[in-house]
Design a protein around this ligand. Structure first.
Ligand SMILES: [Zn+2]
Length: 364
């Protein structure tokens, strides 16, 4: 397999045809062979979706402008692989609701995650980025599966990429549905005395408080259900499609605080490629995180995520060299539009010429 030399491309960088064209030109010129392009940001679409409203960033564009379609057309000619990056649970990030009545926030407000105080959080804070949809809801999981399948079936993408496939923090989700489901799971495993005590409790989160480990496991299970269902569904229609995910690189943090059990996904064969977001400025720490992911990968190729937005190009180059030493399948820069300084072109050029020893020529 040729080295994967990738860039994550956020949605604000593909909002008009010229930007899509520039993206492909720069990637080709500076020898990147893979672009992970964000086409679902906040429960909306930068492609022709059968399920979700068009992203509001495209409001000034003609209605037939399809960023993913345009990018795929350019990319095919340039020999660049395109992975469609879809944010999973992260659904909105503002107190101003989406314009479209069809957006999850307007159409299914009951799908959103809630705090212990039974409140929805719409904007970012210390431990949350905004509103997330709650994965314990089978109707939501089915909806999300169809969103991913819609892209997999209708676009000739090389891969489908999960992001925000997790909870924001342990503060979520304490919606009534989660509490009811957890209670019914636990009822069969507790003593009559415990049952009486918990049933008489006036605390709505009595069960999570009584069984913290099982509560965490319950939350991990909900995320696993999404990953496994979408993986199987995508493979059923497109066996050759690569299913990948961006994950928190520190597994303990991912497992305990985001309920993102990526080692199980790998072990259970439900991921083809994994992108640990090893966004440390320190190359030593970066190497530690990438090493850990490689050690746990059961042969699944690891693409080292580099936090290029916060470091100069020389530091990105240093990390690419380190990733090669460790033996990753490649690297991915976060992100195309946000680099520490200079223009996109300057930064990408500096990276390209700083890592002369690309082992594979373009197109191999
Ligand atoms: Zn919930």
């Amino acid at each position: 397999m040729p080295e994967i030399r990738a860039i994550w491309v956020p949605r604000w960088d593909i909002t008009n045809p010229d930007a899509c064209h520039t993206l492909i030109s720069l990637a080709k010129e500076y020898d990147f062979n893979t672009l992970v392009v964000q086409v679902r940001g906040r429960g909306d679409a930068l492609y022709k979706s059968a399920y979700e409203p068009r992203c509001e960033f495209l409001k000034d564009q003609p209605s037939d402008f399809d960023p993913l379609g345009v990018i795929l057309e350019y990319a095919r000619n340039a020999g660049i692989e395109i992975h469609a990056w879809l944010n999973a649970n992260y659904t909105w990030d503002s107190d101003t609701p989406p314009v479209s009545p069809d957006h999850i926030v307007n159409k299914h407000p009951d799908w959103l995650m809630r705090t212990k105080e039974n409140r929805v959080v719409m904007t970012g804070g210390e431990d949350v980025e905004g509103a997330y949809a709650c994965p314990s809801n089978a109707e939501y999981r089915e909806f999300l599966k169809n969103v991913y399948l819609d892209v997999a079936i209708n676009y000739e993408v090389d891969g489908i990429h999960f992001d925000f496939i997790r909870y924001p923090s342990p503060r979520f989700c304490y919606c009534d549905r989660c509490l009811t489901l957890f209670k019914s799971e636990m009822e069969n495993h507790i003593s009559p005395d415990q049952y009486t005590e918990l049933t008489n409790s006036i605390d709505r989160i009595a069960y999570p408080l009584a069984f913290p480990n099982q509560w965490d496991r319950f939350r991990r299970d909900q995320i696993n259900k999404i990953v496994y269902a979408i993986y199987d569904a995508v493979k059923a229609v497109r066996p050759g499609m690569i299913v990948s995910a961006s994950v928190f690189p520190d597994y303990l943090d991912a497992f305990s605080n985001r309920f993102q059990d990526w080692k199980s996904w790998i072990k259970d064969g439900k991921l083809d490629l994994i992108f640990p977001m090893a966004y440390s400025k320190s190359t030593d720490r970066f190497a530690e995180l990438v090493q850990d992911a490689v050690a746990s990968s059961c042969g699944v190729p690891v693409v080292a995520g580099i936090g290029s937005w916060q470091i100069p190009a020389e530091s990105t180059v240093e990390k690419i060299k380190k990733a090669r030493e460790i033996g990753t399948a490649g690297f991915c820069l976060f992100s195309y539009g946000v680099t520490e300084k200079g223009t996109k072109a300057d930064y990408l050029k500096a990276v390209r010429y700083g890592v002369h020893s690309y082992p594979a020529r373009f197109g191999e």
